[in-house]
Design a protein around this ligand. Structure first.
Ligand SMILES: Cc1cc2nc3c(=O)[nH]c(=O)nc-3n(C[C@H](O)[C@H](O)[C@H](O)COP(=O)(O)OP(=O)(O)OC[C@H]3O[C@@H](n4cnc5c(N)ncnc54)[C@H](O)[C@@H]3O)c2cc1C
Length: 388
């Protein structure tokens, strides 16, 4: 194919995975990131078998496995009694059925693995402190403009700039980013500060009225990642890193089981943040001319199935394959869109369907409700092999 160079806006998990996929397809890549310092917020991510297979296709699976943890199973408990309401298999049986296990990882660790791989291919591939503001395309390429007057020309562009994607607005028109009515707190607790029984088993979800908590170990078992969700009528603060206090979390979960409250009591306040879950409608078109969107920029979803970053990895692997196998750029991007729009829409819908299951559960019949994830057809997708 004639194109040899691509630009990516955003160096999150999606942008880095896309950069790596396109490098492996033979392109020179530049990834422009608005933050002056590269890195990820301190929180956990679950990476289901379909995501792990994506990391295999990107050639970074061994490095990822070194920093990830693979639980054998996850229990779902009643918020007050800690009664087990359901259980999700996470270990060898998933590997037998889908080719990989279910992992949990610190976001910063996965981000670092992807970043190192991209920079090992090309030490100049990532340009930080560079905020995209506008683009204009013609038949031969795309002119990109950045804050501060910098401009670049590129053969094609991938917008991986997250839920508030400016690339998306530039292509398809401005559209409000909606507050979904849910907020989340995230914290990291040193496991050696916790009573032993809190970690049995390591990976657990607690569900209560209008609230849910998901917690699992990351960073080689040194830290417990703790994410708590609650409903809110409105939200005014913006950003991913709004500091939160242990006192507010304690008040929110005051009547929960001691296995929850003891984790909150042990939480270092400098590692406790909150943010709003925001959404935009999933797009039916992801490509306009020489520009495409990927990850949350294309399909933001509620995190109740732990699939947002996984979907961005799937997008990236499929994009790289479409580029490699396409006859020209427009065919490659059309194949990418055709291969991914339906899959992403399905996962967005299924993530939203999980909300009543977790926030308004019928505890006695919980095990009859929609399966946590395995029964939803999520894991049987290998992005390195699906037809594109
Ligand atoms: C509470 C919570 C828990 C979650 N848990 C999971 C989970 O367990 N598993 C899972 O798979 N997913 C999970 N997700 C979803 C996941 O975090 C996202 O789907 C994923 O981070 C999307 O990656 P992305 O690269 O598309 O976007 P982002 O991570 O948002 O990255 C976008 C990047 O673009 C940069 N950027 C933005 N605008 C510009 C600009 N104008 N110019 C240059 N750079 C720009 C940003 O600084 C950022 O670095 C969770 C999400 C939440 C909120």
């Amino acid at each position: 194919m004639a194109s040899r160079q691509a630009s990516i806006i955003g160096a999150g998990i999606g942008g880095l995975a896309a950069g790596l996929a396109l490098q492996r397809a033979g392109l020179q890549v530049r990834i422009y990131e608005q933050s002056p310092e590269l890195g990820e917020v301190g929180a956990g991510l679950s990476i289901s078998p379909n995501g792990a297979l994506g990391l295999k296709a990107l050639g970074v699976f061994d490095e990822f496995r070194d920093v990830a943890y693979a639980p054998d199973y996850q229990v779902i408990r009643h918020y007050k009694s800690a009664r087990i309401l359901g259980m999700a298999t996470r270990g060898d049986r998933l590997a037998e059925a889908y080719g990989e296990r279910y992992y949990v990882v610190h976001r910063a660790d996965l981000h670092r693995v992807l970043m190192r791989a991209v920079l090992a291919n090309d030490a100049d591939a990532i340009v930080s402190g560079c905020r995209f503001i506008d683009l204009e395309q013609d038949l031969d390429g795309v002119d990109l403009q950045f804050e501060g007057g910098r401009s670049e020309r590129s053969e094609f562009v991938i917008g991986a700039d997250g839920v508030r994607s400016r690339v998306r607005s530039t292509l398809f028109g401005a559209e409000e980013v909606r507050f979904t009515g849910y907020i989340a707190w995230r914290g990291l607790v040193p496991i050696d500060r916790l009573p032993f029984d809190v970690m049995d088993p390591p990976s657990q979800i607690f569900i209560g009225p209008g609230h849910m908590i998901n917690r699992y170990p990351v960073s080689g078992g040194r830290l417990l990642n703790f994410v708590a969700f609650a409903e809110r009528a409105g939200w005014e603060e913006e950003g991913w890193n709004i500091p939160a206090s242990v006192a507010e979390l304690r008040a929110e979960f005051a009547d929960w089981h001691p296995w929850v409250t003891s984790v909150i009591d042990a939480m270092p306040e400098d590692r406790l943040f909150k943010w709003a879950l925001c959404a935009r409608s999933p797009l039916m078109r992801w490509v306009r001319g020489r520009v495409a969107v990927l990850g949350d920029a294309a399909h933001p979803l509620l995190p109740y199935l732990g699939q947002g970053a996984v979907m961005a990895i799937e997008d990236a692997v499929v994009l790289g394959r479409c580029y490699q196998e396409g006859e020209d750029l427009s065919q490659a991007l059309a194949r990418y869109e055709a291969a991914r729009v339906g899959r992403a829409r399905l996962v967005v819908e299924r993530s939203s369907l999980q909300v009543p299951r977790f926030h308004a559960a019928d505890y006695d019949n919980f095990h009859h409700s929609v399966p946590v994830d395995e029964g939803l057809g999520l894991f049987c997708y290998d992005p390195g092999r699906v037809p594109v």
